[in-house]
Design a protein around this ligand. Structure first.
Ligand code: PGA
Length: 244
């Protein structure tokens, strides 16, 4: 049975002093629970801090991006092996902010997912439609195209990833997809994963998840947890979401 996984995405927020309090609150506030997982994806410079604060406990940590390359002359990039060096369990790939501001295309997202897995770091592959795409009735088509690139890149390794459905219009806007809207897309993604032999890949929902709406979203049969941005900067709020 799939449990519920909650992953915080700090985005480009934080600093050594601020993070220390947040990480201590997570480490102290989370107890292992059957079928429940919690992790935070922090900016690269703070991976060592996250490792030191969380090692030996039940809260995992990860990064928000990873290079598609294993090593070499790629100034500014960070490889999967480097993330593994810091004990990362997860790397987010294909977040809509990477697609939007860095021109990341579907194939690049697939390559990053593959590179991450090759280093032993679980990729959290993000898919999601813009408001214009939703209004045009192309949500299913868009997320299936984005997911297909990951499926094609991973082949038999597909069951080892995590997928996140994050409608772009719901990210950081305070406008959450309704549980039914989320479930509808999650069910379609589940069907596509099943046809690729990976029915049990966890599918997280992301987009303005908070403690007040998490329980209703988590109650949906194909919502296996959440990828939480803004609300993850408040450790108490993230813990409450993870317990939903
Ligand atoms: P949000 O971000 O929770 O602030 O909407 C989610 C995400 O971008 O992962």
């Amino acid at each position: 049975m799939r449990g519920k996984l909650t992953v915080g995405n700090w985005k480009m927020h934080g600093g050594l002093a601020e993070n220390a309090g947040r990480l201590a609150a997570l480490a102290g506030g989370w107890r292992a629970q059957a079928g429940r997982g919690l992790a935070v994806c922090v900016p690269f410079p703070y991976l060592a801090q996250a490792r030191d604060a969380l090692a030996g406990g039940e809260v995992g940590w990860g990064a928000q991006d990873v290079s598609a390359h294993a090593a070499g002359a790629y100034t500014g990039e960070v490889s999967g092996a480097m993330l593994a060096d810091f004990g990362c369990r997860f790397a987010i790939v294909g977040h809509s902010e990477r697609r939007q501001y860095h021109g990341e295309r579907d194939e690049a997202v697939g390559a990053k997912a593959r590179a991450s897995l090759a280093a032993g770091v679980t990729p959290i592959a993000c898919v999601g439609e813009t408001l214009a795409e939703r209004d045009a009735g192309t949500t299913g088509e868009v997320v299936e195209r984005q997911l297909r690139a990951v499926i094609d890149a991973l082949g038999a390794d597909l069951p080892r990833i995590v997928v996140a459905y994050e409608p772009v219009w719901a990210i950081g806007t305070g406008r959450t997809a309704t549980p039914d809207q989320a479930q509808q897309v999650h069910a379609a993604l589940r069907g596509r994963l099943e046809r690729a032999g990976a029915r049990d890949v966890p599918i997280l929902y992301g987009g303005s998840v908070k403690a007040s709406n998490a329980a209703a979203l988590y109650a949906m049969p194909d919502v296996d947890g959440g990828l939480v941005g803004g609300a993850s900067l408040d450790a108490g709020e993230l813990l409450a979401i993870a317990r939903s």
